[in-house]
Design a protein around this ligand. Structure first.
Ligand SMILES: Cc1cc2nc3c(=O)[nH]c(=O)nc-3n(C[C@H](O)[C@H](O)[C@H](O)COP(=O)(O)OP(=O)(O)OC[C@H]3O[C@@H](n4cnc5c(N)ncnc54)[C@H](O)[C@@H]3O)c2cc1C
Length: 412
C-alpha cells in the first residue's frame, strides 16, 4: 500500500470529514483516521441523537396535550426502546451517507486510533503514513469536574445518557448550557421529575440575559425545577447536598458542565480544527473552520449562531445586551403573542429581539419556534452590513414567525 498522502486527517467528526471531502474535491489524496465512528461526536453522541430523542419527547408531549388543538388522544403510551431504535436508525442512515460520500470521494479511511509523530508523519497500527499536511480534528470529551467524576451508573455524562435503556423517575442535571437545557426539556417532556443546578446567575449563561430570564419563566411553567448561583457541595450515598444546603435524591445525575478538547501537546506545523482547537465547540463552527482552511473561504467567527433546541427553540447571534454600553445601542422586541402563526401553533411564549447600532444590526436573540432557521436570516443581514432600513425593503411571507423580524424593524 502507498502510504504517501497529500493530507492526513485524524478524527472523522464534522471537522475531519468535511476537510476530507473538500480536500478530495480539490484533487488531493487524503487519508482519514477514525478510532470510533465516522461522523464523530456530532453524529454519534451529540447533535443528531439528542435531537432525535428530543423530537420523540415533543411528539409524546404534544399528543398528551392534543385536546388543546381539538384532538382527543386516548391510551397514549411511551415505548422508550422504540425511541432509541428510531434514534439509532437515524444515526446509522446518516453515518452510512457520510461513509459513502467518503468512498465516492476516494478518501482512504482507516478505522483505528492514530498518533501524530511529527508535522508530516502519522503512526497507525504500527504503519507509518507520510503526509504533506496533517490536520488534527480529534474533538472533545465530556469535562470531568472534581467531586463529580462520572461513575457511569449514577453520575452520568452526555455519552452515558444516550445509552439509558429506560427512563429514570427523576434526574438532576448539573449545568445549564445547551446540553443541560436540551436534556432537561427531553426528560421533562417525558414526564420525568427534572431539576437543574447552575452555578451562574442565570440559566443558559452564554445567552443574552433577557433570553435566560425568559427560559427561566418557561422552565417554571413547565415545572422544571432549577437552582441558579448554586453548586453541588457534597454527594454521599446518592444524596446530593447543594451549596444552599438543600438535599436532593434523584435517581440519576447528568453532569453537563462543558467539554474538554482531546489534546495532549500541540505539534507545530499541524493544523488543529473543530472542538480540539478549543474555540467555539459547535459542529457548524468545526465545518466552517475546515472549509476556511482547505477552500480559503473566510467566515466571521464572531457571527457563529448558537441554538438551543426544544420548545420553543432559542437562538442568537452577534452582540448581547450585556456586551454593550447602555447608551450605545437600540433594541427592538416583538412578542410572539403578536404573531399570527404563533397563535395557530399554540406557541406564543417567546420573543424576537434585534439589537442595532447606528442603523446596523449587530445582534439578534430569539425565543421562538423555528428560531434555528430565523437566526440565519439575521446572520446574513449582519454579515453583509444590511441596515434596518434596507431590510425593511425585503418581503416576509405571511403567516410566519419571520414576520416577527419584519415587525421588529419598525419598532426601533
Ligand atoms: C450532547 C451533545 C449535543 C450537541 N449538540 C450540538 C448541536 O445541536 N449543534 C452543534 O453545532 N453542536 C452540538 N454539539 C457539539 C458538536 O457535537 C461538536 O462541536 C462537534 O462534534 C465537533 O466536531 P469535531 O469534528 O471537532 O470533533 P468530534 O465530533 O468530537 O470528532 C472527533 C473524532 O475524532 C476521533 N478521534 C479522536 N482521537 C483520535 C485518534 N487518536 N485517532 C483516530 N480518531 C480519533 C473521535 O473518535 C471522534 O470521532 C453537541 C455535543 C454534544 C455532546
Amino acid at each position: 500500500m502507498n502510504n504517501n498522502f497529500d493530507i492526513g486527517i485524524i478524527g472523522a467528526g464534522p471537522a475531519g470529514y468535511t476537510y476530507a471531502l473538500h480536500a478530495s474535491a480539490q484533487g488531493k489524496s487524503v487519508v482519514l483516521f477514525e478510532k470510533e465512528y465516522i461522523g464523530g461526536v456530532c453524529l454519534n453522541k451529540g447533535c443528531i441523537p439528542t435531537k432525535s430523542i428530543l423530537h420523540s419527547s415533543e411528539v409524546y408531549k404534544q399528543i398528551l396535550n392534543a385536546d388543546k388543538f381539538g384532538v382527543t388522544a386516548q391510551n397514549v403510551t411511551l415505548d422508550y426502546s422504540k425511541v432509541l431504535e428510531r434514534k439509532n436508525k437515524i444515526v446509522e442512515t446518516l453515518r452510512k451517507g457520510i461513509e459513502l460520500a467518503l468512498k465516492n470521494a476516494k478518501v482512504t479511511v482507516i478505522n483505528s486510533e492514530a498518533k501524530i509523530k511529527d508535522k508530516n508523519t502519522v503512526e497507525c497500527n504500527a504503519d507509518i503514513y507520510n503526509c504533506s499536511k496533517i490536520v488534527c480534528a480529534t474533538g472533545s470529551s465530556p469535562k470531568v469536574v472534581k467531586g463529580l467524576e462520572f461513575d457511569h451508573d449514577f453520575l452520568l455524562s452526555s455519552d452515558d445518557i444516550l445509552n439509558l435503556e429506560c427512563l429514570p423517575k427523576s434526574i438532576l442535571i448539573i449545568g445549564s448550557g445547551a446540553i443541560g437545557v436540551e436534556w432537561a426539556r427531553i426528560f421533562s417532556n417525558f414526564g420525568i421529575e427534572t431539576t437543574v443546578v447552575e452555578l451562574a446567575q442565570h440559566l443558559l449563561p452564554l445567552a443574552d440575559t433577557e433570553v435566560s430570564k425568559r427560559l427561566e419563566r418557561i422552565f417554571k411553567a413547565e415545572k422544571i425545577k432549577f437552582y441558579t448561583q448554586t453548586c453541588v457541595k457534597e454527594i454521599n450515598n446518592k444524596k446530593i447536598t447543594l451549596s444552599n444546603n438543600e438535599i436532593l435524591e434523584p435517581e440519576l445525575v447528568l453532569v453537563a458542565v462543558g467539554r474538554t478538547p482531546n489534546i495532549t501537546d500541540k505539534i507545530e506545523g499541524v493544523t488543529y480544527i473543530g472542538d480540539i482547537a478549543g474555540e467555539i465547540q459547535l459542529a457548524h463552527y468545526a465545518i466552517k473552520q475546515a472549509i476556511e482552511d482547505i477552500d480559503g473561504i473566510k467566515f466571521e467567527k464572531g457571527l457563529t449562531p448558537s441554538v438551543v433546541y426544544g420548545t420553543p427553540e432559542i437562538a442568537w447571534v452577534g452582540k448581547r445586551e450585556q456586551d454593550l454600553e447602555p447608551d450605545s445601542y437600540n433594541k427592538s422586541l416583538v412578542l410572539l403573542s403578536a404573531i399570527g402563526k404563533a397563535h395557530c401553533d399554540g406557541q406564543t411564549d417567546g420573543f424576537i429581539k434585534i439589537i442595532s447600532q447606528k442603523d446596523k444590526i449587530v445582534g439578534a436573540h430569539i425565543v421562538s419556534s423555528e428560531a434555528s432557521s430565523l437566526i440565519q436570516q439575521i446572520t446574513i443581514a449582519i454579515q453583509n452590513g444590511i441596515t434596518v432600513d434596507k431590510l425593511k425593503e425585503v418581503c416576509f411571507p405571511h403567516p410566519t414567525y419571520s414576520e416577527g423580524i419584519y415587525d421588529a424593524l419598525f419598532k426601533f
